[in-house]
Ligand binder design. Structure first.
Ligand code: NDP
Ligand code: LYS
Ligand code: AKG
Length: 562
């Protein structure tokens, strides 16, 4: 139907052979009635009858408690049988709806025909270029999945051959399996903690998987089962980790080819606002998962410096190990170590290096302001029932009182004094805490943890506005000893700016390598089984070449000394 019939003209005739609609009820065709304003046209008797039937049940419905499980409610059978969903699940009588939905989605997927199907999980900061790149091939069909329907619907409207699907991947594992099975490849751009669940489904269904995320211990546990099932699981395929590995390996392999030895490797990378948009106390705006950014500040770190292993404890100590970085002298940068760098000595094949360090770059001032948040207990991922969805709302001031174990009736001046002591009586840190409203009356967002709430709060204050852009800066410094005895100090710089009102630099430098790798897996260009990261020439060679076509360029310089 191209339009609805009306109360005055309730019928029309559709002649499918001729593909014409006419008002007459005579002649060939199907008699159609598609009035779209029926509820407003119900006769008054029907409304009254319905009201009379409903009335006896109103009181028990009003008195019910929606947070209680259905079987704990004292409902009459009529009301109980009318409850379609309770506590986020369909009630037993209505479980069939899930089956109907699945068969509809399955039918939709099947209409995609003989094309290659890719399941893209997550529609956050870096997903755009992944879908954009993959849908350039008209033979690729994407199913884009995320929790919020509007977000995936938006992606589906923006890109060709993209079908949206809103679901919570972690709450519907059975459904996830059935969807994975219907695809040729999965690209997971979910928060990294979700990847092992997705990877297990992929292994079970023998569907290859690509992520931009670190291969964490729980991913590494899957090595054997992935190999046994013949599944390829590509990880660390973004910017950092990702392009950093590829640029390093290209350099190491070239050094080895000429009989040289790599003595040191230092790699720093930062996703930053372009300098003109760094005007806040953290000098930072989010271009990728805010929770990921915040949690990274309390990770432990290990690196090798001049032959000595340096360990930095978890809980924020790395913010104290910050150093001024002069690698891009026009930028006021600082750097701190990122995770365990030493574990790359072997996969990089540079076991003899005396220095091996990976780190994070920020504008100067980030680490100090962030350390104030750490000291107040705001970067804490433990479950916090105080912030649960059904708990009474709390303000940031009340949360700070709770974290500092002082009564929330404490006067504003006294709270400020206690906070000031807690952060080492640092004026600029106190200013930052006030700037972000953390002593104010604004309600704390609902979240599973304090850091989850802070991530949501900061994301609202530190996102890129219209016309603003981000940048990514990466710098690899490599010391290479040549057979002649000369030491080559080689630096590789990668600087990319976001497109104003287009893709961010982070989305491009994470999304394009991920998408290129996904296409390579799909086309059999990457065919290793088990866990794969981009350290071999057959992988990094084509990717480093292909990202150039997407505007991602790097340059290198060398100086030699004896
Ligand atoms: N290697 C690298 O250089 C980089 C790696 N990454 C990694 O890439 C991945 C994507 O990053 P980014 O886009 O910044 O992350 P975001 O946090 O912006 O996006 C995550 C997406 O996953 C969705 N999601 C979260 N939980 C579920 C769930 N249970 N079911 C369905 N959908 C869910 C989110 O939906 P909603 O928005 O509704 O919550 C959102 O669309 C992350 O793992 C990140 O760590 C990111 C940047 C750089
Ligand atoms: N380490 C850099 C880049 C991270 C990109 C995501 N892995 C930063 O935190 O800004
Ligand atoms: O996805 C991950 O592994 C974590 C995010 C990340 O890449 C990082 O911490 O730099």
């Amino acid at each position: 139907m191209t339009e609805c019939t009306t109360i005055d003209m309730p019928f029309c005739m559709y002649d499918a052979d001729q593909h014409i609609i006419h008002d007459s009820v005579e002649g060939n065709g199907i008699l159609m009635c598609s009035i779209d304003n029926l509820p407003a046209q119900l006769p008054i008797e029907a409304t009254e009858y319905f009201g009379d039937m409903l009335f006896p049940y109103i009181e028990e419905m009003l008195m019910s408690d929606a947070t209680k499980p259905l079987d704990k409610e004292n409902f009459s059978p009529v009301v109980r049988d009318a409850v379609i969903a309770s506590n986020s699940s369909l009630t037993p009588k209505y479980k069939y709806i899930q089956k109907l939905r699945e068969s509809r989605e399955y039918a939709q997927l099947m209409t995609m025909g003989a094309k290659k199907r890719i399941l893209v999980l997550g529609s956050g900061y870096v997903s755009g270029p992944v879908i954009s790149y993959l849908t350039r091939d008209p033979n690729v069909e994407i199913t884009a999945v995320s929790m919020i329907k509007d977000q995936v619907d938006h992606l589906a409207k923006k890109y060709n051959n993209t079908t949206p699907l809103a679901m919570d991947v972690l709450k519907s594992e059975e459904k996830l399996s059935s969807i994975v099975k219907k695809h040729d490849l999965v690209v997971s751009l979910l928060p990294y903690s979700a990847h092992p669940i997705v990877a297990r489904k992929c292994i079970k269904e023998k569907v290859n998987l690509v992520t931009a995320s670190y291969l964490t211990p729980s991913m590494k546990e899957l090595q054997q089962s992935a190999e046994d099932s013949g599944t390829t699981i590509v990880g660390e395929m973004g910017l950092d980790p990702g392009l950093d590995h590829m640029l390093a390996m290209e350099c190491f392999d070239k050094a080895k080819d000429v009989g040289a030895t790599v003595e040191s490797y230092i790699s720093f990378c930062g996703g930053l606002p372009a300098p003109e948009y760094s005007d806040n106390p953290l000098r930072y705006k989010f271009s990728w998962s805010p929770l990921g950014v915040l949690l990274n500040t309390i990770q432990p770190a290990t690196y090798l410096k001049n032959g000595e292993v340096v360990n930095i404890a978890a809980g924020g100590s790395l913010l104290e190990s910050v150093t001024i970085m002069d690698c891009f002298p026009g930028l006021n940068l600082e750097g701190f170590p990122n995770r365990d760098s030493t574990k790359y000595a072997e996969p990089y094949g540079i076991q003899s290096a005396h220095t091996l360090m990976r780190g994070t770059l920020r504008y100067k001032g980030f680490a100090k302001a962030m350390s104030g948040f750490v000291k107040l207990g705001l970067i804490n991922a433990d479950p916090c029932p105080l912030l649960a969805v059904n708990a009474p709302a709390v303000s940031w001031r009340e949360l700070i009182c709770h974290l500092l174990k002082v009564p929330s009736s404490t006067s504003a001046g006294h709270i400020k004094e206690i906070v000031y002591d807690k952060i080492g009586r640092d004026d600029s840190n106190l200013e930052a805490i006030e700037w972000f409203g953390l002593l104010g009356e604004e309600p704390v967002p609902v979240a599973e943890s304090v850091v989850g709430a802070l991530a949501k709060h900061l994301e609202m204050m530190l996102s890129f506005g219209p016309g603003e852009r981000d940048m990514i800066v990466m710098r690899n410094d490599i010391g290479i000893r040549h057979p002649s005895g000369h030491l080559e100090a080689k630096n590789i710089s990668l600087v990319v700016y976001g497109d104003v009102n287009g893709y961010s630099a982070m989305a491009k430098t994470v999304g394009y390598p991920t998408a290129i790798a996904a296409k390579m897996v799909l086309d059999g260009e990457i065919d290793g089984k088990g866990l794969v990261i981009p350290l071999t020439k057959n992988i990094y060679g084509p990717i480093l070449e292909r990202v150039k076509k997407e505007g991602i360029f790097y340059n290198s310089k060398s100086t030699f000394s004896l």
